[in-house]
Design a protein around this ligand. Sequence first.
Ligand SMILES: C[S@@+](CC[C@H](N)C(=O)[O-])C[C@H]1O[C@@H](n2cnc3c(N)ncnc32)[C@H](O)[C@@H]1O
Length: 269
Amino acid sequence: MCRLRASTMAEFTGGDDYQAEFDPKAYLGYFKFGEDTLGEEYLNFALKHYCNTFTSGVVKGDTLIDIGSGPTIHQLLSTCESFKEIIASDYTDWNLRELEKWLKNEPEAFDWTPVVKYVCELEGNRGMEAEKEAKLRKTIKQVLKCDVHKSNPLDPIVLPPADGLVSSLCLEAACKDLTTYRIALKNISSLLKPGGHLVLSGVLGCSFYMVGPKRFSCLVLREEFLREVLSETGFIIQEFEVLVRDDNIDDSSDFSGKFFILALKEEAI
Ligand SMILES: C[S@@+](CC[C@H](N)C(=O)[O-])C[C@H]1O[C@@H](n2cnc3c(N)ncnc32)[C@H](O)[C@@H]1O
């Protein structure tokens, strides 16, 4: 009942709302691993898939771009095992600043150690947390401004097409409707080489999420739509994992499941 009211009330929150009201510190609260947060449920699911994907030896290359990184690095911890250079990006200046804090190992930076420890265990490198953090810091070469609604999301910067593209929980947050999502996927896809891999993860059936006291809207996604839009954008889906939400007691978001997609950008004919 409460959830239905929340979702019908959710108004679209766009770039200006993110810039003005998305508090990186409040959002990072979701990633306090070991404190039974909603973010932990997402991490448990996503990190295993990232680990399998990026340590398999199949998905690799020189450059990987992360779209809508936010203030987080969880989505990049395994990617640094198979890409030589990572470019992180986000819409808001505060998120970019928060990422810089972690990159420079500043004292106020978020402590990712519990998450890094978990990833090291998944990758069979228990006890190598310091090396992992150092490797990721070294591999992230740039932190750029990005807007998925621009045909070149990194405008004014023009990069050579990348070998890999990652995006976690971004497009559903940034897009107000399915048409906009279609266009945004096409925009980010332009940053990827034909034959390159896209790793897209996020939430299904979600209409809002809270960041501190602020409610952000989310575009309700379904598996069928994602399959259709990827295929029409020229991707071959190689993996599509869905996990239904295992609790419904936390009202900070109304998602019904999580998804993880690995897709290959078709070579031009
Ligand atoms: C829910 S957060 C996801 C952050 C991170 N990728 C993660 O997995 O936790 C959504 C992110 O999308 C970014 N965003 C919102 N609108 C955007 C846009 N038009 N272009 C690029 N990023 C955008 C926000 O700044 C925010 O960092």
